[in-house]
Write a protein of this length. Sequence first.
Length: 336
Amino acid sequence: MTSAHGLPGMACRWLALLAALPVLVLSVFRAIPADWPVLAVQLLSFTPWLAVPAALATILAVAGRSRWLQVCAGALMLCQIFWLFPFDTARPAAAAGAVVSAGATVELHAMNINSEIGQADASRIVQLVKDNRVGLLTVQEHSQALEDRLSAEGLDRLLPHRISDPTDDGAGSAVYSAYPLEQVGILPDTPFRMPTVRLTVRDGGSAAVLEVTNVHTLPPVDVRVDQWRSDLAAVGRLAELPGNRLLIGDFNATYDHTEFRALLGAAPDGPGLVDVGTASGSRLTPTWPMRGPRLPGIAIDHLVTTPHVGSSGYQVQRVPGTDHAAVLATLAVPAA
């Protein structure tokens, strides 16, 4: 007959096993770079949240006095800690700072928002632009109705230069700037239009040239996961081009996706691209979903720069009407 003391211990061991198994499966997906099926890709977005069941499994294993479960759960917990605070993000940021400090830079306050098919609150967007002295604003899922509301709220006075392509679906985009804009091109073979523009940022007698790509990859849903991979690879190939670059927008990918980490390492020379949010220690600050389904928050909106561009002041701000948060940062672009 099982003692009363044995029953709670057995229950803890079974509960520890139940908590550890999904963590183990997803940890395999996270650890091994492969073209995983769409469900695995979607679940990988929530990798940081695996720390919760991993910690629970560890506690239950200790309570259940199972040595092998303690070792397994502890190993899984260590994996989650390692992935929560990846060591490789510090190297590009340090390299960028070293290069930037060697010469003059020009400051640029940048902001991005996915407007959820033009539903974002225009007054809140304009207020954020005012309060943060934003000189560059990029918008995904831009619509003509939103463009009209932004104009009515006075955005054209703050950011008088605009290159926009509004649509009634998720493909629309816009770039607003305090500085003149020059259209460079459109990323080919992507369902959502991803334009690249060039702006010359001026501060006193200094000027800096920055090429900005308004990023909006297809979400990894059903059969579209292959197009999502193709979109991210196409964005990564921009790193092979010379000059100072900012890739900004809705990547529909987190740092825990192999495809996004491959994008960051796409630069053929030097330390690779820099994800400003990750390098600032804020990669766990969610940018989606801000409304709608009650899902754990994840960071899929990013500012990614070439390593010579410095950054500071990264922040995430809610905007009513859209399921994405706005992301902002101050960039230090090397002067020409």
